[in-house]
Design a protein. Structure first.
Length: 376
């Protein structure tokens, strides 16, 4: 197992995420505790010492299942990460209540790592609002030793992350972002990594395989990569990409079965970053996967010609994400921070924007389709 130093602690480069644990009968709320224990036992035996859970995973049962599996080991032999669930604004006044319950559910007296969960457009104002006292409370828990390291995760835009760092950056010890070779440009992950590097904040990775999307590739793409590295399978390429990115310390993988766990641990027995030719080949594969994505360059010509004052580049970016992913929570979550009169449904189809679009995007059609997808 590869290890990286973090403030004097050796952290396994591969971390076990507990968002996609094995379940019974396809019911996400019913975690298979026996299989989970078997996976944790195997991971511990093969050097994985970082485990990540959250309040909302498996409808609240992830913390319990993971805690039970880990509690059979000495507390100092593993690092446990949990998060404050700010993705639900109703939780904002409950930081103390939730934190105490999380310790109880996990059966521990402290968390090695604790995060502001999912900083994004929808909750950034609340996270920064002093009336909730979230930062103050969590900082106090760190001071008294019930949190060893404080950080945040973010699905939000570059600007949202920048705003959060402006407020709390000096106190953040790590940041967890969605990072993979597809989102390197698609979700501005490259710019986010550079921003975190500028702040000297180590990068934790979530969605290294983009929910499994990068675990399988079209035959032509897979063969292209195999010509460079005959011994690496398709998922390994996603991890080798991340091993090539400066600042990446822990890579979380939400493994839902034993085979995935074994394959990933095997990959992380060695650190083999991509050379320049391999990197270009992989990014070429990513570019091919994004064929069909609307080629908006955010020139903003359209905005000045929209009678409704819609932020069309932002809406097209969310539309691309929602369409490519086939749904998901990122676009609806971001739109929660946008006034309803600025939603895609507000488009009146006048096509004034299309007359000045250098990319000749059929914007009105995209807005109509986006509104249907969101409201479906």
């Amino acid at each position: 197992m590869i290890y990286h130093d973090f403030q004097g602690t050796k952290l396994s480069s591969l971390g076990m995420g507990a968002m996609r644990l094995p379940v019974i009968g396809g019911d996400d709320e019913k975690v298979d505790t026996l299989k989970t224990k078997e996976m944790v036992d195997y991971a511990m035996a093969h050097g994985v010492n970082y485990y990540d859970t959250a309040w909302g995973y498996h409808a609240g049962n992830s913390e319990i299942a993971l805690g039970k599996a880990l509690n059979e080991y000495p507390r100092g032999s593993y690092c446990l990460a949990d998060k404050f669930p700010g993705y639900d604004l109703a939780n904002m006044p409950k930081v103390k209540e939730i934190f105490e319950k999380q310790l109880e559910k996990c059966g521990v007296e402290y968390f090695d790592f604790y995060l502001f969960h999912n900083v994004c457009e929808m909750n950034i104002d609340a996270y920064l609002d002093p009336k909730y006292g979230i930062f103050e409370y969590l900082s106090e828990q760190k001071r008294i030793g019930r949190i060893r390291h404080l950080g945040f995760s973010a699905h939000g835009s570059f600007d949202v992350i920048k705003r959060f760092l402006h407020a709390y950056g000096n106190d953040m010890e790590f940041c967890q972002i969605q990072l993979n070779y597809l989102d390197w440009t698609f979700q501005e992950a490259k710019a986010k990594v550079q921003l975190l590097n500028e702040h000297n904040i180590p990068v934790w990775v979530m969605e290294p395989l983009r929910g499994g999307r990068l675990a399988k590739l079209p035959k032509e793409s897979a063969e292209k990569l195999k010509a460079y590295r005959p011994n690496d399978n398709v998922p390994a390429w996603a991890f080798r990409f991340l091993q090539s990115i400066p600042g990446v310390t822990v890579i979380l993988s939400g493994m839902s079965n034993f085979e995935q766990l074994k394959e990933n641990i095997h990959t992380f027995e060695t650190e083999e970053p991509l050379n320049n030719a391999e990197m270009q080949a992989l990014l070429s594969v990513a570019k091919g996967m994004l064929n069909g994505v609307l080629p908006c360059t955010a020139c903003h010509y359209c905005v000045s010609h929209c009678p409704k004052g819609l932020n069309i580049p932002m809406l097209l970016e969310l539309y691309n994400e929602h369409s490519f992913t086939g749904g998901g929570f990122i676009a609806p979550m971001a739109l929660m921070a946008v006034p309803e009169e600025k939603h895609p449904s507000a488009c009146i189809g006048c096509r004034s924007c299309e007359k000045v679009c250098p990319q000749q995007i059929k914007i009105s059609k995209a807005m109509t389709d986006f509104a249907k997808k969101i409201n479906a």
